[in-house]
Design a protein around this ligand. Sequence first.
Ligand code: NAD
Length: 317
Amino acid sequence: MNSILITGSAGFIGTHLSEHYLKAGYRVYGVDNYLTGSIQNTDYLLHKYPKNFVFSEQDISDKWTLDSVGIQNLKYVFHLASPASVKLYQKFPIETMQANSIGLENSLQFADHYRARLVFSSTSEIYGSPLSSPQKESDWGHVNSFGPRSCYDESKRFGEALIFSYNQKNQTSHGLVRIFNTYGDRMHPNDDRVINSFLQQALKNEDMTIYGDGQQTRSFCYIDDLVAGLVRYAESNLKQPINLGNDHEVRILDLAKLVLEVTGSKSKIRFEPLPQDDPLQRRPDLTLARQLLEYNPNITLMDGLKKMMSVIDSTQL
Ligand code: NAD
């Protein structure tokens, strides 16, 4: 039986990716220290897949090991462990920097030991405040190295450079994807990610908060599309960075209106000042993903919001 290892398995993307591989008949080893993930996500996987989901609570930035569980046929290591939302990485800036540097290096050594391919979850944030849009993989980024978002942006950039250096020095074939805003159920309920916040506020008929004038844009990818992209990238053996997300761009104000429509909420929209270094535009150029992975994200924002609503656990509200 083939197996994979996921660091950050108790998080949003980690739980969905684990479930994809468990359904496909893999054994999945999950590692997480619950910095931003949830025990409920682990319990869900342990309960539903008791034979093939193996969990270990460890901090990947410390020396960690899974020697006792006798791993066999390890194909991929997905290094997802890191806070992902602005609120949470600013709450845990040092932990964020460590997870994407020391933690990533620990995972690379682990992958090399088992001759597995590692896929690192980088981010659209490495492009910073983009000088052109959509963002192409060849863009080098316009990033503030000394500000409130630097712990995330710069540690992901370091992580990318570490993968490059490992491959060059050791002739390995590790790779990375640059993930753009992704949404779905099992997101951390209070992490202030915009879709989460809007949905929660709308369902409680509270004011919906827009930072800035709402003209800034984002592109949102439903989790199932992202998981399909991650799986294809892992199988591809590509080493080069590839953008994954959805390239349909939407103004934040229009997103708020869509959430009002989907939920039938009576919430009012309230405007607050835009935080420092918040990018005004985010949209992936998916040409490479389409050409090299036949990646085709096709779940519309309206359908994704409806799916999210239908599975969202009422305890998350
Ligand atoms: P998440 O916060 O839900 O999951 C991250 C998981 O990593 C959590 O379960 C957390 O407890 C765990 N973790 C953090 N530090 C750890 C450590 N030192 N040791 C062990 N576990 C640790 O976030 P997510 O949305 O699932 O994001 C997963 C990855 O994808 C992150 O690397 C993030 O930067 C990247 N990413 C996500 C998005 C998105 O839209 N969700 C966008 C771009 C990049």
